[in-house]
Structure formats: C-alpha cells, structure tokens
Design a protein around this ligand. Structure first.
Ligand SMILES: O=C(CO)[C@H](O)[C@H](O)COP(=O)(O)O
Length: 230
C-alpha cells in the first residue's frame, strides 16, 4: 500500500503582529512575500484576556484578498460565531477543545455547513489525547492547532515540550494538517518541523524581521526538509 502523502507546508503569518490600521495592505504584502495562509486571532476577552478582531474585520478584509483566512477563535462560545464567520468569508474556523467538550460534533457539522474547514486547538496544559476523538470522528476536524504558548498575546517564548503532542499526532495521522502557534521563527522552526508540524503560524518573527519574506521562506524550507527526511 502506498504511504499517505505528507501534508503540504503552509506558512501563516499571524496578523496579530501586523499594523491593524493597514490590514488589507499588510495582508497583500504577506501573500506577495510567500504566505500561504493568513492567521487571524479572534479574542474577545472571555477565553483570553485580550481583545482583537471579530467577524466584521474578516468581512472587510475578505473584500481585499482571496487568501485563506485561518481563523483561530479564542472564545468560550464558538458556536455563537459560526454563522457570522461563515458569512464574513472565513476559510478555516478553529475552536478550542477546552470549551467544547459536550458539543464538538454539532459544532464541526455547522462549521462545514457554512463552507469553512473545521479545526480544533488545545492549550499547553491540555493533553493531546483529548483531541483524538475529534480527529477520528465520522465528520472529523481537518486541522489540529497545538498552542506552543499560552494563548492571548504575540511575542511569547516557544514551549518545546509541546512537540511531544505534535509527534504523537503525526505518528497517528500522516496527512493531517498540524499547526503550531506561538514563538515560531528561524530559531525554533526546526524543532516544530522535525516533530511533524506542517502549518506554521508566526507573528513577531515575520512582522519584526527586516526581510519578512526571508523568514517565510526559511520556515517553509525547514518544514519541507523535515518531510524529505522522514
Ligand atoms: O495566537 C496567538 C497568541 O494567542 C498568536 O497567533 C501567536 O502568539 C503568534 O505570535 P508570535 O509568533 O509573536 O508568538
């Protein structure tokens, strides 16, 4: 039997680190510099102590870009956001397992019904086993986002101990989209890529670099080189 194809590298600059006053041009700049996805952090002060963007911003940005908008909902009630994000033009809708223990099946169905790709995320303190049922469900999530910092703010330090979760998931699911988020950049990418992550969210390392395109390309090279080795 042929081996399952590796999941393609997707580099997703976190727009949390962009200039929000120029979001459309920042998005265009990232795509021009090689970004595959744009990561959109949705925080509303009741899952994390920060306030960022909601569906109206996604709707406005969608008018300016065809890019894949990878939305990470750091909220306690993701079901309440599905309809609005679907209408706004979100591409991916990733919710947190910690707040959806009882209703993830219905949530996944509703996300798909609105034309978005469902994903699940887990905080550093949550065991990876908690997301197995969602990846193995009849209607599964299509992405697992392993947080490598406590969610809430950009610019934090990468937690290498989270790579055990990535390795465990990759071993079980060779072609699953496994995303990592928090503290990723040229000095931490090899740890994430060799563990098996293929979707890389990076905020401060990309937007803070003199040449963001060079960082995007270094992140991609590391993921692709790890896939050739494995
Ligand atoms: O989800 C996030 C915070 O909750 C951000 O996407 C993440 O922290 C990216 O920022 P950086 O690359 O600067 O760590």
């Amino acid at each position: 039997m042929a081996a399952a194809a590796a999941a393609a590298a997707k580099i997703a600059p976190s727009m949390l680190s962009s200039d929000f006053a120029n979001l459309a041009s920042e998005a265009e700049r990232m795509v021009r510099l090689g970004a595959d996805w744009l990561h959109m952090d949705v925080m509303v002060r009741h899952f994390v102590p920060n306030l960022t963007i909601g569906a109206p911003v996604i709707e406005s940005l969608r008018k300016h870009t065809k890019a894949y908008l990878d939305c990470h909902l750091m909220v306690t009630n993701p079901s309440d956001y599905v309809e609005a994000f679907g209408k706004a033009g979100a591409s991916g809708f990733t919710f947190h397992i910690e707040v959806t223990r009882d209703n993830w099946k219905e949530l996944i169905q509703s996300i798909k019904a609105k034309g978005m790709r469902p994903g699940v995320s887990l905080k550093p303190g949550t065991p990876v086993e908690d997301v197995f049922p969602l990846v193995e469900a009849e209607t599964p999530v299509e992405l697992v986002l392993v947080m490598t910092v406590e969610p809430g703010f950009g610019g934090q330090k990468f937690m290498p101990e989270m790579m055990d979760k990535v390795r465990t998931l990759r071993k079980k699911h060779p072609s699953l989209d496994i995303e990592v988020d928090g503290g990723l950049g040229p000095s931490t990418i090899d740890a994430a890529a060799s563990a098996g992550a293929n979707c890389i969210v990076a905020g401060s390392s990309v937007f803070g670099a003199p040449d963001p395109g060079e960082v995007i390309s270094a992140l991609r090279k590391s993921v692709e080189a790890s896939q050739i080795k494995s």
